[in-house]
Design a protein. Structure first.
Length: 341
């Protein structure tokens, strides 16, 4: 078979492991010809391809990012875009497509599957907010980066007797903040699912100072206080209509400094969480996803996504995976609240 692969949305550690697994098993076990599309859906729109043979994927397992490049191009936001995608696939003889991405990339994939394209999706998001899968690759690496930063900030915070506010990724879901905050021993963790009480945050910080140590506050980029907006927004939107967030960490640090009378600094980890070599967990999960995706294609599946359930890789409908976000439940947040202050 001639099978296309693309990576869309934000980059994350483990993408290359998926590509490698698809190519290795596709070529050696099924005799497939693999075609990579550069920069996500843009590559399909413009027929911009990259031949993927065994030599092309050697050495990419430990590399972060994606060898195919990525973008947030949305074919359905471009006049005639969907027709151009279908025309490209037909002209290049692509018999099946394996898109690797999050809710937006797989949302496009869902619509293409409904239009008759054989599609098997692979879930990708460092936010771990895709429904129907227990974990997505990239999340473990992002949490590890954030945790290491928190570990380092504890010592400098205590040395200077200042509050350190660590802003991590998480537009709608606070999984990175929750896991990194718990693993790193943060004194306050703020997530989008739970609007926070500013007075309570200040009280927790003051209590920490009174204990002889300095507070660490971990906040998701999409977190907001009760009854108001504290985060800054650029006003810019991407092709899928998402507003670019930024500024909650700096705004919160300024407020804490004003209210406690002690210096506070913000550390925005940003794209550091996305870059670099993937953890062993993400390499293994991404590899298993890739192997399962190529098998699903050859089993005649379409309109499905591979997913992790417990320790098993299963197949779920793409529509179910993208219907809603997986948010942090109240009981999980209650676990980390025990350590506030």
């Amino acid at each position: 078979m001639r099978i296309g692969i693309l990576t869309g949305g934000g980059d994350c550690p483990g993408l290359n492991a998926v590509i490698r697994a698809v190519v290795r098993k596709g070529v050696t076990h099924h005799g497939d010809e693999l075609v990579g599309f550069r920069d996500g859906w843009r590559g399909v729109l413009e027929a911009d391809t990259h031949a993927l043979d065994l030599a092309a994927v050697r050495g990419i397992l430990p590399r972060g990012g994606t060898m195919l490049g990525t973008s947030r191009t949305n074919p359905y936001a471009i006049e005639g875009g969907a027709d151009r995608v279908l025309a490209t696939l037909e002209r290049l003889g692509i018999e099946a497509l394996i898109p690797i991405g999050g809710e937006d990339t797989l949302g496009v994939a869902t619509r293409l599957a409904e239009a008759g394209v054989r599609v098997v999706g692979v879930p990708k998001t460092i936010d771990n907010d895709l429904d129907a899968t227990d974990y997505t690759f990239g999340f473990d690496t992002a949490v590890g980066v954030a945790m290491e930063a928190i570990d380092r900030l504890h010592t400098t915070g205590d040395s200077h007797h200042r509050t350190l506010v660590v802003e991590v990724m998480g537009r709608h879901a606070g999984w990175i903040a929750l896991h990194a905050g718990m693993a790193g021993g943060a004194n306050v963790v703020l997530i989008p699912e739970q609007p926070f009480d500013v007075d309570a945050v200040v009280t927790h910080c003051q209590h920490r100072f009174e204990s002889g140590f300095s507070p660490i506050v971990v906040v998701s980029e999409g977190a907001a206080p009760k009854g108001g907006e504290l985060a800054l927004q650029t006003g810019e939107t991407d092709a899928f209509g998402h507003v670019r967030l930024g500024g909650i960490g700096i705004a919160l640090a300024s407020l804490i400094e004003e209210r406690t009378g002690r210096e506070a600094r913000a550390v925005v980890l940003g794209h550091l969480q996305r870059g670099g070599t993937p953890s062993h967990f993400d390499r293994v999960l991404a590899t298993r996803f890739g192997l399962a995706a190529i098998d699903a294609v050859h089993d005649g599946e379409s309109g499905v996504m591979v997913a992790l359930r417990g320790t098993d890789i299963v197949r779920v409908p793409l529509s179910a995976a993208t219907a809603r976000l997986k948010l942090v439940p109240v009981d999980r947040y209650a676990e980390v609240e025990v350590f506030f202050g």
